[in-house]
Design a protein around this ligand. Sequence first.
Ligand SMILES: [Zn+2]
Length: 293
Amino acid sequence: MNSLSKAHVHERLRREVNFGCPVPKCGSPFLTFHHFDPPRRVREHSEEAGMIALCQKHHDLADGGQFTKQQLRDMKANPYVTDRLQCEWVWQPESILVLLGTMAFIGPRPVLWLAGVQVVAVRREEVPELSSAVMRVDFDLRAPNGTTIATMKDNIFDASVEGLIIETPPQGRRLELVHSSETVLALELRAYELQLLRALLEKTFSDNGSLADVVVAEALANCTDSDGKVPVLKIHGTFFQLGATLRLTAKRSELTIRWAGGEEKVDIGGRLFHAGSGLSIRSDGIDHLRFGS
Ligand SMILES: [Zn+2]
């Protein structure tokens, strides 16, 4: 079986359990894939009927023989998550460098607004038990008609699974949301050592090497954690707003503006935003699109 059809099987298995571990009272979105009929030691296969998406904890229990085949089949048919997926999120970096497409943001701050709605922001939160602070990622993702697709607030992820594909690998580095309206939000948090950070930023700002050097220096001075690494939150996605489409990828930040006679693409390019700085695209007194500040 090739990797593409394997990916399709995995996507169907995630969808089958509504993107949360199906064991009663679990619902964790960090899913792995368990082979139970037949087990893998008997035969390698990718047969959906004999596989189930489970969180790592329940996968280990299943490997230990804690569930019968019938119980697993029942969980496939009646998963714990029905319409809403709600769970506690795992990210708590000590510091952060945000890369929104090709735009770099130093430290906690709002990063993206659409039509006055703060879509993604990072804020600093004191943790009294640890007498230290962590960075929290908040988002409010909406469809082009303004309805809420998914939110993250106070470290609680909440989404209606209707029309949504959710992917979060078990190690928790990535969260990808693809909505039927074609709105996409992909977040990845990973701590980089200096050499890898430099390589990442040189790739991100490939047409502006001096900007890559500046962002490396700023990130080292302001965003280094106690392991000496720089936690980087990468945000990619496709967002729609009043006849305009914003596309953010690892290599491009592009705004497409449409009107009756045609469309125009604007390459926002590589940029660095310090605390308190931002860029907004306004018309009729409304901030249609805003980065930072
Ligand atoms: Zn579970």
